[in-house]
Design a protein around this ligand. Sequence first.
Ligand SMILES: Nc1ncnc2c1ncn2[C@@H]1O[C@H](COP(=O)(O)OP(=O)(O)OP(=O)(O)O)[C@@H](O)[C@H]1O
Ligand SMILES: [Mg+2]
Length: 247
Amino acid sequence: MSDKTSNKSLFTVSDLQGGYGDIQILNGVSINVPEKHIVTIVGPNGAGKSTILKAIYGIAKVTSGSVTLNKDGVAVDVLATKPHNLSKIGVGYVPQIENVFPALSIEENLEVGYVNFANRSLDEIRDDIYGRYPDLKKRHKDRAGTLSGGQRQMLAMARALMSSPSILLLDEPSAGLAPALVDQLFDELVKINQSGVTILMVEQNARRALAISDYGYVLDMGRNRHEGVGSALVDDPEIVGIYLGKK
Ligand SMILES: Nc1ncnc2c1ncn2[C@@H]1O[C@H](COP(=O)(O)OP(=O)(O)OP(=O)(O)O)[C@@H](O)[C@H]1O
Ligand SMILES: [Mg+2]
């Protein structure tokens, strides 16, 4: 957890309902993400966690509710923004699967993510990213398809960072990673957050994710069930029993 200078809301999901075709999955979900905070959504399989992020990014259907980004004091209607413009207004998204272009080189993957949004040149941002991820620099000409799971996840996040996002939406960033890489991943998320990026993530690895989070939401059946500071959720016997399982 980094120092948080304000509790000003950056990103708000209000009473979101929706799903796929005629199937309603989200039955009214509300999430508040203050500026520079890490907020995590946990919950059982099928609770609708990924569907929230997909609905925000225009991939799942929204039937009611709102999503707002507070950008420089102006409330931007995220659901009215075309998905390809979301990275331009500062909302980055790293999906759970297929989050890199395997046939493109590492460098090309990064270039795809570049948005001239903060008036910083491609070279400048890419050099920053290479400074932060020397392994990606070393292998910049290799195809992304040749990377290991952990390296791919780093590349996917690095690609999202190429658009200088205000907020990163991450779907299960630690999924499929070996235990040692999970530690590295969560350390990396803390560093990204400390560099000023707000994070909203969905995680199966609830304990680890909540441990680095300022605030957490437990979702079940497409509804808010519990919420609180990460450590309080992890210490609540009822939540642990029902949603987090044994250590
Ligand atoms: N494209 C789709 N079409 C129809 N139903 C879908 C689609 N994608 C997901 N669902 C259904 O929506 C419900 C919620 O799925 P979602 O992927 O949001 O769950 P989740 O909380 O992310 O679960 P997990 O922890 O397994 O990732 C599930 O019942 C799932 O079967
Ligand atoms: Mg999911």
